[in-house]
Every structure is written in C-alpha cells, then in structure tokens.
Write a protein that binds this ligand. Structure first.
Ligand code: S3P
Length: 179
C-alpha cells in the first residue's frame, strides 16, 4: 500500500491462523464491515466448503473465491478474512487495489493443526490421514506468497485480542479508544 490510512484490510495466512476471529475484532474496533470469504462463497454457491470441494472440485471453489474477493475489495471500510489459499497465487497480494492493507497472520503448522483439529472435516485440505505432513508442505509452498503482505504478525502465544491490538497499533489507530 502506498501512503495514507488504509480503506480496507485483508487478513491472509494459513488455516487456523485466526483470520476470522481477529477480522471480526478489527472490524468492530474500526467500525468497518466484516466479510469472511469462505462464508461468502458458501452463501453464493449454497453449499458448504467441504461439499463444494467434494462435488465441484477445488478449481471451481478457487474461481468463485477469486471473483467474490475482487468484488468485496471494490468496497471501502471492510475487513476481509480470506481463506488460506486465496493469497497463494502469483500476483494476488501485489495486485490488491490501492488503499488495501494486507496482513499475514503467521502460525506454525503444528499450532495450525492443533487449532483446526476439532474441525478437521471442515477443512478439506487437512482432512487427510496425516494433517501435519500436509500442513508443513502446504505452508512451505505458501510462505513466499503470504510474505508479500504489507504487515506480518506472529500469532504464536497471542490471543485474538492481542493480535487485533497489535495490528491496530501498527496501523496507527489508538485502540485504547476503540477497544
Ligand atoms: C483453504 C482454507 C480454508 C478454506 C478452504 C481452503 C486453504 O479457509 O478456504 O478449506 O486452501 O488453505 P480458512 O483458512 O479460513 O480455514
């Protein structure tokens, strides 16, 4: 992003990094809209993410995900929690519209698998016999894409409120007054 306060925020990072929870807190603090990209896809298609993966395939999911993100990012004062794979394409983060601050919520594969453990079946890409092996290889592929974000916050050992406050501080927003 070049200069000035952002007009929209996009949270990126691996499954289990806390994008949706932190995104809601940020939106509340900023008085902005919150959009969860997975939920937007589910509403558009009328089926759950695992069902879309199983019945229509990942390519179809990615096409809808990309189209909806583009339309959400055409608006102002919105916090978008992207699905973990959205940012992992060449050009995606570098090409967000002007005025968009992208934030990478970092999490280790071990912590990600632990956090999503209870809801494994809701994440088709980790619904495999050894989710940790899959998480490690996906993370290695995706790290260079996530690293193109404007801000990086390591979430390890932090609560969602801590992460949200850290982002507000980095944005220069006085969170004492907003949270
Ligand atoms: C995916 C992450 C999921 C969801 C889908 C694919 C990914 O979102 O979009 O299961 O490719 O990492 P969360 O990151 O919100 O779990």
């Amino acid at each position: 992003m070049t200069g000035g306060l952002p007009r929209r925020l996009v949270l990126v990072g691996f499954m289990g990094s806390g994008k949706s929870t932190v995104g809601r807190l940020l939106a509340e603090s900023l008085g902005w809209r919150f959009q969860d990209l997975d939920q937007s896809v589910e509403e558009e298609v009328g089926r759950s993410v695992p069902t879309i993966f199983a019945e229509d395939g990942e390519a179809f999911f990615r096409e809808v995900e990309g189209r909806l993100a583009e339309s959400i990012l055409a608006g102002d004062h919105v916090v978008l929690a992207a699905g973990g794979g959205w940012a992992a394409r060449p050009g995606r983060l570098p090409e967000v519209p002007d005025g968009t601050l992208t934030v990478w919520l970092q999490v280790s594969p071990e912590e990600a698998v632990r956090r999503v453990g209870a809801t494994g079946a809701a994440r088709p890409l980790l619904d495999v016999p050894d989710p940790l092996v899959r998480a490690r290889s996906l993370m290695a592929e995706r790290r260079p894409f996530y690293a193109a974000a404007g801000l990086t916050v390591d979430t390890e050992g932090l609560t969602p409120i801590d992460v949200s406050r850290r982002i507000l501080t980095l944005m220069g927003v006085a969170h004492e007054r907003t949270q």
